[in-house]
Design a protein. Structure first.
Length: 585
């Protein structure tokens, strides 16, 4: 093996790792919605959790990535530790798919059909298709699909380059002696664990082992312990990702490590006993690419069959190793580990902004009720909610900006823009809720009395604002365009009501029916209520714009008012409704 072979080996290894990385990243983006659906179906059932882990890992081609995701889910409270254990076991089996794909390079036959299955036959075609899709694709889905094909072609080309570079090692005595040395099971496990820990991918390290197997010097006796060690080495990624997490997330990483260590100890013991007492001839045979893939699958399946029924014991072991300290831990609302799977990170953001919307709208309605029935308990709740909405706006805004720096689909990008716009509106609604509360407290503390006519007018305005809050909330939560289109007509009616109420108040002041002090509170109230309706309008128009991939609020409002017959119809409906209510006063 000369210097050029070493350079070829290095280049092949780099291409192999690069191809695996970009293929995995693109698979995660392309399958984002599928991953979300799989996780939504997750239950306490062991089989469901196992199949979820298997499916997710088979899709993204990386048990390390899947386990890091699981650590993030547990840290964010999306998943329990018990659920995570079953998913991790499924991930260990799902990762074996990669080895089977790589084993296609070992096909040797004169049969045309079998020859076409060899990567050297179809990867150039995949690379060509991938390049065309990447360069000509206008939407992110086509680009991601093209990148997946290019990544796979690069991976297989790197594998082929490595295999060609190491083929000359077949006659090198030192290389032969090295793999004879690896027949020591303990040493083989250590080598497999260290190699995998360094490159942080068991799939990649199995691929490297398969590339070395083409020399014919890698026996099954040496390969099997290395494969066992690779499963231990892949745990390093989850361990590193658990730093700075809560206890259950740390326990998740510990479960992953203990699962593979216990499985390795048991199966390595069986392997050692069999190799010493029975001495199967197969252990001295040269391992094939298919044989390594089969050994990798067999090890992971056997570990799962042994330990899946005992998942509760693994949970207890993890709790023993990472005990409770008695202090209550705060679940991290938005874990940056989820950014590795943007679609799921965005789903978590959607969950939080929905919660933000619910508490902002609910407590604003409570603040309006305080105008007629003040309650100290509700007052503190409203202030607490406002602080919580401020917190949500801060963490969501920061997190979504970070998420935007990742490669995400066009649909997800539109969703990010929508959330970034509406979080400020929901936060302002909660602020105005506190302003209304302060007006209620001023009325109570200063014993200010509104005239009977003013009270009835305020009831009408509060009814209209309560209705627009409900409409905008339902439109946002359900992404309901029909409901969203009802908001702006009502907002225009509320603008008119504000003007009417202000004029009526001036008349009462002239007649001496209302005090100046009450007038100041009155003016603040109708201003805060009308501005709340403005933010409801912003939310509704944002929903409509997002559906049309147009985020120009002012143009949309202008077009809606000038061109939409539906707008005029709904405006007339709400105007009539609240005019009748005003006339009853």
């Amino acid at each position: 093996m000369n210097i050029f072979d070493v350079l070829s080996l290095t280049g092949g290894l780099c291409l192999f790792l690069f191809g695996m990385s970009i293929m995995g990243d693109s698979l995660e983006r392309r399958a984002g919605s599928s991953l979300k659906k799989l996780l939504e179906r997750l239950t306490q059932n062991k089989a469901a959790g196992f199949l979820t882990g298997l499916g997710v890992t088979a899709v993204i081609q990386s048990s390390s990535a899947a386990t890091v995701m699981v650590v993030g889910f547990v840290n964010s409270g999306i998943m329990t530790l018990r659920q995570a254990i079953n998913v991790i076991m499924g991930a260990n089996v799902g990762t074996t798919v990669t080895a089977w794909l790589l084993s296609l390079g070992g096909i040797s036959s004169d049969n045309l059909f079998l020859q076409l299955l060899k990567p050297t036959a179809f990867t150039p075609v995949l690379a060509l298709i991938g390049t065309v899709m990447l360069m000509s694709g206008k939407d992110s889905k086509k680009k991601d699909t093209g990148t997946i094909l290019l990544g796979f072609a690069t991976l297989m080309f790197g594998m082929d380059t490595m295999s060609s570079a190491v083929s000359g090692l077949a006659d090198v005595p030192e290389f032969q002696n090295m793999f004879i040395m690896f027949k020591n099971p303990i040493l083989g496990v250590m080598v497999g664990a260290i190699l995998t820990a360094v490159i942080q991918s068991s799939s990649a390290s199995v691929g490297i082992l398969q590339a070395l197997a083409v020399t014919g010097q890698v026996s099954y006796g040496a390969a099997i312990p290395i494969i066992m060690g690779q499963n231990i080495g892949t745990c390093i990624t989850a361990i590193l990702s658990s730093f700075g997490t809560n206890k259950n997330a740390k326990r998740t990483a510990i479960v992953h490590l203990s699962f593979n260590i216990i499985g390795t100890i048991i199966l390595l013991s069986v392997f050692s006993v069999v190799s010493v007492l029975i001495q199967p001839a197969m252990l001295n045979q040269s391992a094939s690419l298919f044989g390594i893939a089969a050994a990798h699958s067999a090890f992971n399946v056997l570990c799962t069959l042994m330990l899946l029924p005992m998942s509760s014991l693994l949970e207890k072991l993890a709790v023993k190793l990472v005990p409770d300290t008695g202090t209550k831990e705060v679940i991290e609302e938005l874990d940056e580990r989820l950014l590795t799977t943007p679609h799921i990170a965005l789903a978590r953001c959607n969950s939080l902004v929905n919660e933000m919307a619910e508490i902002a709208v609910s407590d604003f309605k409570n603040s309006m009720n305080m105008l007629t029935a003040y309650d100290k308990h509700y007052a503190e709740s409203i202030r607490s909610t406002e602080r919580k909405c401020d917190h949500y706006e801060d963490i969501l805004g920061t997190y979504l900006v970070k998420l935007s720096s990742h490669q995400i689909s066009d649909n997800d990008s539109s969703n990010v823009s929508k959330i970034l716009k509406v979080i400020s509106d929901f936060e302002r609604i909660s602020d105005y809720g506190v302003h209304v509360l302060k007006s209620a407290e001023e009325l109570k503390n200063k014993n200010i009395q509104l005239s009977p006519g003013a009270k009835k007018e305020m009831d009408v305005l509060c009814s209209a604002v309560a209705e627009i809050l409900t409409l905008s909330y339902n439109a946002f939560i359900n992404n309901d365009l029909d409901t969203a289109r009802n908001v702006e007509p009502l907002e225009q009616v509320i603008d008119g009501l504000k003007t009417s109420l202000r004029n009526a108040h001036i008349v009462r002041l002239k007649k001496g029916e209302c005090s100046i002090e009450a007038g100041f509170v009155w003016a603040d109230l109708i201003t805060n209520l009308e501005r709340t309706a403005d933010h409801c309008s912003n939310i509704a128009v944002c929903i409509i714009d997002a559906s049309e991939n147009n985020m120009n609020l002012h143009k949309s409002l202008q077009r809606m008012k000038e061109e939409s017959p539906y707008f005029k119809k709904q405006y007339e409906f709400y105007l009539k409704k609240y005019t009748i209510m005003m006339n009853r006063i």
